[in-house]
Design a binder for this molecule. Structure first.
Ligand SMILES: C[S@@+](CC[C@H](N)C(=O)[O-])C[C@H]1O[C@@H](n2cnc3c(N)ncnc32)[C@H](O)[C@@H]1O
Length: 260
């Protein structure tokens, strides 16, 4: 059974609709696979999955670590409940530790990990100097960081629609840095040999329920969090109708670095 601890009532990150999230055709799965392929694991390492969500990548990590261990960290109880249900009765669960924690704070880990993996999470964290410092402090010297998240220019078409509708920008809450900013933050935190690249990766969806569900559950969360629930459905519908194409214009930032 997976060990779960650290469920502190003081953890602040927002909640997610984890069941809906898990049902969506997320490009996140492909992003996770690309990152995993780049890691070249031996199979006996301990890897931290920072912002593990419902654990789809966590399961893949465990497959690549037949003699290793995964520490899955997330700030959403709903996401972690879904992850725990995914591993119920699964043999791999004995090699999994689940921690409910806020990634903006120092991580409650006792021993250093060999590598850190993170998909579609770091843009939720405002101060990357601080986040990379916290991550470096739980990574052994020579250990590696492999992360991807939304970078500069991410969701620009959606931001334009929000601006036309006189709604707050997602960028007021989310952090889409440049490759140069990320290089600097990694170096400040004691990472070396960093490679950082931005690339556009638009996700095409079907107009109607699929697009609207994707917008509501994955993209517009920071905006919906600021509005009463009764306004959500109409607002999501209006944003979807004003998009020129049923497309989420993702720009991803991928970073690989080694802890000095
Ligand atoms: C888009 S989901 C990605 C989940 C998973 N990595 C995937 O690719 O499906 C972003 C995740 O980051 C987590 N997250 C956001 N801010 C956080 C914070 N401050 N502390 C911990 N987790 C956070 C959310 O709870 C959510 O599970």
């Amino acid at each position: 059974m997976a060990r779960t601890f650290g469920r502190s009532p003081t953890v602040r990150p927002r909640e997610w609709d984890a069941d809906s999230y898990d049902k969506l055709p997320l490009p996140h799965l492909r992003w996770g696979e690309d990152l995993l392929t780049s890691m070249k694991l031996r199979g006996d390492e301990t890897v931290l999955d920072a912002g593990c969500g419902t654990g789809r990548d966590t399961a893949k990590l465990l497959e690549h670590l037949p003699h290793g261990h995964v520490i899955a960290v997330d700030g959403s109880r709903a996401m972690l409940d879904r992850l725990t249900a995914r591993f119920a009765g699964h043999a791999d669960a004995s090699r999994l530790t689940v921690i409910h924690a806020d990634l903006t704070q120092p991580l409650p880990l006792h021993d250093p990990v060999d590598a850190i993996f993170s998909v579609a999470t770091l843009h939720w964290l405002p101060n990357h100097d601080q986040v990379f410092a916290h991550l470096a402090s739980v990574l052994r010297p020579g250990g590696s960081l492999h992360a991807e998240w939304g970078g500069q220019g991410n969701l620009a078409a959606i931001e334009r629609v929000l601006s036309q509708m006189r709604l707050p920008a997602l960028g007021e809450t989310l952090n889409f840095p440049t490759a140069e900013d990320t290089h600097r933050s990694l170096a400040n935190a004691g990472f070396i040999d960093a490679s950082v690249a931005l690339h556009p990766d638009p996700a095409r969806l079907h107009r109607g329920e699929q697009l609207e569900s994707f917008l509501a559950v994955v993209v517009l969360g920071p905006l919906l969090d600021r509005l009463p629930a009764e306004r959500h459905q109409a607002l999501v519908h209006d944003v979807a109708s004003q998009l020129a194409a049923p497309e989420i214009d993702y720009v991803r930032l991928q970073a690989h670095a080694t802890r000095k």
